[in-house]
Design a protein around this ligand. Sequence first.
Ligand SMILES: *[C@@H]1O[C@H](CO)[C@@H](O)[C@H](O)[C@H]1NC(C)=O
Ligand SMILES: *[C@@H]1O[C@H](CO)[C@@H](O)[C@H](O)[C@H]1NC(C)=O
Length: 205
Amino acid sequence: MAARDLLLASLVLSCSLLPCYGVVLFSSLQRTFVVTASPAPGQVLKGGVDKITVTWGLNQTLPAGTDSAYKTVKVKLCYAPISQVDRGWRKTQDHMNKDRTCPYKIVARPYSSANKTSQSVEWTVKRDVPTATYFVRVYAFNADENEVAYGQTTDAHKTTNLLQVEAISGRHTTIDICSICFSAFSVLSLVGFFYIEKRKGKRSQ
Ligand SMILES: *[C@@H]1O[C@H](CO)[C@@H](O)[C@H](O)[C@H]1NC(C)=O
Ligand SMILES: *[C@@H]1O[C@H](CO)[C@@H](O)[C@H](O)[C@H]1NC(C)=O
């Protein structure tokens, strides 16, 4: 893991030294959308069968012009903290381009001030959505395709109004490719390490 940590550290460092182009931090986004989803929490949704209805709109108490930069809206299904146990990569990363919390796109639509008050979409939960707990998040993007604002069905700690999905096929999860890659990587590094040590040992004899 040391090599990966080093790589990450140097990436972070270079990003803090150079102005990293296009880096958007989630913590810098304004929460401006009011988002709701049905069914009510507690009901278990079956992948490939059941539907989620999402309704969203600009918070009407915000000053006029809040949404002047909004060009598109993307609605996404996101892992809630309960789904993150043993799956660290599902955790929210502040760097939007590293964040893997919201892997399922429900819909993308152009944003128009004419229909900002309330829009909704009905979405059948895809078959490949793993058994886990979710919430819905709506992002607003500007003309440069950077996130500028959001709204979500849950509170800031992601504990309320969570949706429960149960994969229908009995496949508990689509394989967590990342964790497999990382374990393969650690095994390879270990093997490499022992090989190098062995050669060193031979040479010094
Ligand atoms: C709408 O915005 C106001 C002012 O920022 C805030 O106090 C309120 O909680 C927001 N409403 C919702 C439903 O998010
Ligand atoms: C909102 O307006 C945009 C642009 O006029 C349009 O493309 C989009 O489909 C509209 N959304 C709805 C739900 O009518």
